[in-house]
Design a protein around this ligand. Structure first.
Ligand SMILES: *Cc1c(COP(=O)(O)O)cnc(C)c1O
Length: 220
């Protein structure tokens, strides 16, 4: 597939194809086009093809790229998918429509304060350290119920749970576990699946898939 629009059509078709046997509807799944590292001239074709949901992993990069694009396409929805430092909470709340990596109390406090200041509540996914990996962010599974309660107490809208499964292992069991944790904790959304495994994630209940490479090609 040559250009961004045809890649978009291909990813959407793949999602639709796995939805059918899973008895799901494609419109239940939000495709987040992860445009991190890619310049505006690579993002524009997707906007022109009608796509409106994008993901970035760094606040500063988003601030540099997106205001000019959202001016032209005001109905764009921007998701912050990467780790967020507490000192960037104000900027993140101003810039993004959804934040995907809420995983610790210091960030809950910083985001709640930023949302109070901005007079705006930004839905957040709680990231779960699904593979119990030391080097990864995410709330430990055994602390999840308590952490979700604290997020609710801080009046932060919970969009769902998010995970990044361990690399180089079959991801399906981790996606299934995240879906079970969401169900057990009364949470609706599931942000899981990237270019290599979004179809599996959709089969296991993903409501948001974060796809970069399959739409934009390799990052430089
Ligand atoms: C970069 C990134 C993605 C997209 O990865 P691809 O493999 O390029 O689809 C998804 N989620 C997160 C958290 C990322 O940082």
């Amino acid at each position: 597939m040559e250009n961004a629009a045809s890649r978009l059509a291909e990813v959407e078709a793949n999602i639709a194809r796995v939805c059918k046997p899973a008895r799901r509807e494609p419109r239940e799944i939000t495709l987040i086009a992860v445009s991190k590292t890619h310049p505006s001239d690579k993002i524009l074709p997707l906007l022109e093809a009608g796509h409106r949901v994008f993901g970035e992993n760094r606040v500063q990069e988003a601030q540099e790229k997106w205001p000019a694009l959202t001016e032209r396409f005001p109905d764009t929805e921007l998701h912050l998918i990467g780790q967020l430092q507490s000192n960037k909470a104000d900027d993140a709340v101003a810039m993004f429509d959804c934040i995907h990596a809420l995983d610790r109390m210091s960030l809950v406090k910083a985001l709640a304060k930023a949302m109070d200041k901005a007079g705006k509540r930004v839905p957040c996914f709680v990231q779960v350290n699904i593979g119990d990996e030391d080097q990864k962010g995410g709330c430990p599974i055994n602390e999840l119920p308590d952490f979700l309660a604290k997020v609710r107490d801080a009046d932060i809208p919970i969009a769902g749970l998010m995970c990044l499964p361990p690399a180089d292992i079959e991801p399906a069991p981790f996606f299934a576990l995240l879906a079970k944790l969401a169900q057990d904790n009364g949470v609706e959304g599931l942000s899981m699946g990237m270019s290599g495994d979004y179809e599996t994630a959709v089969q296991l209940g993903a409501t948001h898939v974060r796809v970069g490479t399959a739409l934009f090609g390799a990052r430089g």
